[in-house]
Design a protein around this ligand. Structure first.
Ligand code: DQA
Length: 148
């Protein structure tokens, strides 16, 4: 049977959504984002495995879990996006489609946010859509699974 789980993996400081720099990240909490993503996934016949951790190693461990179980992975690695080769290596080995996601438009921000060590291994990259980006990313992930 084909895998029906989309993993959504969130990195450091994303647990603070809702209170963290709302002018940049919006007022939607991670719990609200999880609920919205689950609703979108349900419509498409998928389940969501939703994860957030501030630690790099824990994110790598979750990516290893996704390696075995995920139909697709959506990853917002927070600041690790810009420099973590450990996260990049774990993303690189994934056999399924990967959507790299950012709430903010990283290209309109500080220069250190313009680079991503993950993007070379992503099937799609989405930024600047705020919390709505998570629902969009679920749709993109499902479409990538379907179309290979
Ligand atoms: C972020 C952008 C990163 O540069 C930042 O470090 C984050 C969040 C985003 O979703 O816009 O923590 O990934």
């Amino acid at each position: 049977m084909s895998k029906r789980k989309i993993f959504i993996i969130n990195g450091p400081n994303l647990d603070m959504l809702g209170v963290r720099e709302p002018e940049i990240y919006g007022k939607t909490t991670l719990a609200d984002i999880k609920a919205q993503a689950e609703e979108e996934a349900k419509k498409l016949g998928y389940e969501i495995e939703f994860f957030q951790h501030n630690g790099e190693g824990e994110i790598v461990d979750e990516l290893h879990k996704a390696y075995k179980e995920a139909a697709a992975v959506i990853v917002n690695a927070g600041a690790y996006t810009h420099y973590s080769y450990a996260v990049a290596d774990a993303v690189k080995m994934l056999p399924c489609p990967v959507v790299e996601l950012h709430l903010s438009n990283v290209f309109a921000r500080e220069e250190f946010r313009h680079g991503s060590v993950i993007s070379p291994y992503a099937s799609a990259v989405l930024c600047g859509a705020g919390a709505y980006g998570y629902s969009l990313a679920v749709r993109i992930a499902a479409q990538k699974v379907q179309n290979g």
